[in-house]
Design a protein. Structure first.
Length: 111
C-alpha cells in the first residue's frame, strides 16, 4: 500500500493538506507554484512510456553468420540481404555483420 492509500484508509489528511491550511497567506502563491510544478512532473511521468535499455550492437564475423544461417561462409559474402560493415578500427579489410540484422533475417525467413 502506498502513502496516499494509507492516509485515506486511516481517515488522515496527507501532510500537504495540513501545510496548506496553516501556511501564512503571503506564502500561498509560492506554495501553489511548487504544487503546480510537482503536478506537472507527476503527470509527465504517468504519460511518458518507459524505454527499455538498448543493448549495444554486436558485430559478428562471416563465419559466425554462416553458423547461424547454416550455410557456407563464402555464401554469406554473396547474400544481398546482409549488409556488411567495414571496420577501419579493426583493419581496412575487416568485415563484420550485425547480429540483430542476421536474427531479423532468420525471423523473416521462418515466418
Amino acid at each position: 500500500m502506498n502513502h496516499v492509500s494509507e492516509w485515506l484508509s486511516a481517515g488522515v489528511s496527507p501532510p500537504l493538506d495540513d501545510y496548506a491550511r496553516t501556511l501564512p497567506l503571503a506564502d500561498l502563491p509560492d506554495f501553489l507554484a511548487t504544487l503546480a510544478k510537482s503536478t506537472a512532473i507527476a503527470t509527465l511521468r504517468l504519460h511518458t512510456p518507459t524505454v527499455a535499455a538498448v543493448e549495444p550492437e554486436e558485430w559478428i564475423t562471416a563465419a559466425d553468420v554462416a553458423a547461424l544461417l547454416k550455410i557456407e561462409p563464402k555464401a554469406v559474402r554473396r547474400m544481398a540481404a546482409l549488409r556488411p560493415y567495414r571496420s577501419t578500427a579493426l583493419g581496412p579489410k575487416t568485415i563484420r555483420y550485425s547480429r540483430a540484422g542476421v536474427m531479423r533475417l532468420i525471423k523473416r525467413r521462418t515466418s
